[in-house]
Design a protein around this ligand. Sequence first.
Ligand code: AHG
Ligand code: MN
Ligand code: MN
Ligand code: MN
Length: 339
Amino acid sequence: DSKTPIDTDLITLTRFIIEEQQRLAPEATGELSLLLNALQYAFKFIAHTIRRAELVNLIGLYGQTNSTGDDQKKLDVIGDEIFINAMKGSGNVKVLVSEEQEDLIIFEGNSGNYAVCCDPIDGSSNLDAGVSVGTIFGVYKLQPGSTGSIKDVLRSGNEMVAAGYTMYGASAHLMLTTGSGLNGFTLDTNLGEFILTHPHLKLDDSSHKKIYSVNEGNSHYWSDDIKEYIASLKQPQADNHDKPYSARYIGSMVADVHRTLLYGGIFGYPADSKSKTGKLRVLYECFPMALLLEQAGGMAVNDKGERILDLTPKKIHERSGIWLGSKDEVEKLLTFIKK
Ligand code: AHG
Ligand code: MN
Ligand code: MN
Ligand code: MN
């Protein structure tokens, strides 16, 4: 431990990745390390661009809609271009799925072994109001012998080898898992490095906050199970000093999930009679967040109570209802979901 008042032995993301690779050697070939370095470059560039958005008039609509029907913001499109170029430039990404791209992208020139699914700017509808937005990603290793095709991404969430998000708030926070726990990093803009600030983050099952996070504006369309469940949270709770749950909803999945990881509680975007398959997309919103929550000791299920990571999408922009959060909160929800 250093005697000086400042920490001179920082664990940067770059150092963390190398130490992980050495820990997992000789299986770890360094390929994933290269990919994670390309990802962190993309996050730094997007963070920088968002900071300048107000100055250089990057706010507002791009004027087109994407394949899932969303009105694209200028930053959706710029974030998407930054991400695509960073993955192509990594040399070892062969396949890319992006919310902002109708079809799969295959990088013919790359010999890489990885497929990346991404939501370049999540929460973009709130962007102009200054609400935290983020980039969500999930990584598959190509199937053995594959030279890159849609079969490399229409797979169970259990086959994702890495996932995470970077939330662009007051600081840029990267929450990352490569399958051995969840680690949080904060971007030090002076050093230009992500610094390990939340090692081995775990949801605290015993003393987490009683928070539920859902868009109540959709309650008219919810199933009776969900209406009963949410109504039950509004009653005084014996195990919460006779207080009901607090409601917190930011409307940006990355921000709502980030709060859930740090404070506990439950977040949901259930399917309903208006959005029959829910709103959130499986490959680049549900799977990455489900993997992060499980690695932190939490749970993530769909409207039928099935584990999100056990699902297998049939289309790259397929949606699913999702509930995720503290284990005990998701288990309470499951008692309301009639099989
Ligand atoms: P995106 O901005 O990537 O299209 O995602 C928006 C999603 C997600 O961030 C959030 O949880 C959800 O939309 C909010 O939807 P509502 O505004 O319908 O609540
Ligand atoms: Mn969108
Ligand atoms: Mn999104
Ligand atoms: Mn998006």
